[in-house]
Write a protein that binds this ligand. Structure first.
Ligand code: ADP
Ligand code: ADP
Length: 233
């Protein structure tokens, strides 16, 4: 099938004392599908295994059981940079010595874009994330929210077949997060980007995603459109 297929995935970390054996089982047999163009939120309390599952999809953590496939192709043994996925984290990790355009263009140059073609594309991407005209700004002069907008533009630049976002708004304050969540959804929809979005925040999950996968203690409790989720007791 097309899109992402996660089947009975188990992720564990070695015991910190011995460095061996399954010390912590972070993901305990999770299965889910993500259709092309869909935005899925992984929602649950801190420590429930959301990030571990996302990192396994990215290829950053080994899978101890089950399988992960993209467009029907098993990703076992496929290294991070060969998966064609984009990544965005809580702190956007911008290059501090480059300006805004240079940061966004980095994503394009990694994808092999020529410089001339790239500058038009950089302007489009900055427009998309609400930062038109910000190209020459040093990233050191940006607010936290603006930095995450630049990080989003850079992540979208190579048109990743799947974008993996790990708590991208969690370092921001409440009001800013609400605004950015709406803008993030709009940017993903406008570009038709397939995305897996990790958050511990209900409102954020409901704003950003087409469907929400609720996790607890390493397991998937439910997976549904926001309006169909069980209400909290
Ligand atoms: P979440 O993203 O939902 O907050 P995580 O996937 O980060 O959860 O963590 C799930 C569990 O795995 C937690 O018990 C956490 O302490 C543990 N864990 C996460 N990363 C590591 C690691 N690198 N080494 C050991 N244990 C880890
Ligand atoms: P280089 O290492 O090739 O000199 P840098 O990333 O250091 O490139 O950027 C130098 C300047 O050129 C920056 O101010 C940046 O805005 C601009 N720039 C770099 N790459 C591009 C690009 N592909 N499109 C538009 N502007 C770019």
């Amino acid at each position: 099938g097309r899109g992402l297929a996660v089947r009975d995935v188990v992720v564990h970390y070695p015991d910190p004392a011995s460095g061996k054996g399954p010390g912590t089982t972070a993901v305990r047999g999770v299965s889910l599908d993500l259709a092309p163009g869909e935005v899925l939120a992984l929602l649950g309390p801190s420590g429930c295994g959301k990030s571990s599952l996302l990192r396994a999809v990215a290829g950053l953590e080994p899978v101890a059981g089950g399988s992960i496939a993209w467009d029907g192709r098993d990703l076992a043994g496929v290294p991070v940079h060969r998966r064609g996925f984009g990544l965005m984290f809580q702190e956007g990790q911008l290059f501090p010595h480059r300006d805004v355009a240079g940061n966004v263009a980095f994503g394009l140059r990694m994808a092999g874009a020529r410089r001339a073609a790239a500058s038009g594309r950089v302007a489009e991407l900055l427009d998309l994330v609400g930062l038109a005209g910000y190209g020459p700004r040093p990233v050191t002069t940006l607010s936290g929210g603006e930095r995450q907008r630049v990080a989003l533009a850079r992540a979208l630049a190579p048109e990743p077949q799947l974008l993996l976002l790990d708590e991208p708004l969690s370092a921001l304050d409440r009001g800013l997060r609400d605004r950015l969540a709406g803008d993030l959804r709009a940017a993903l929809v406008a570009t038709g980007t397939t995305a897996l979005f990790v958050t511990h925040d209900h409102d954020e999950a409901f704003t950003v995603a087409d469907r929400v996968a609720v996790m607890d203690a390493g397991r998937l409790l439910q997976l549904a459109a926001p309006e169909d989720l069980w209400r909290a007791p």
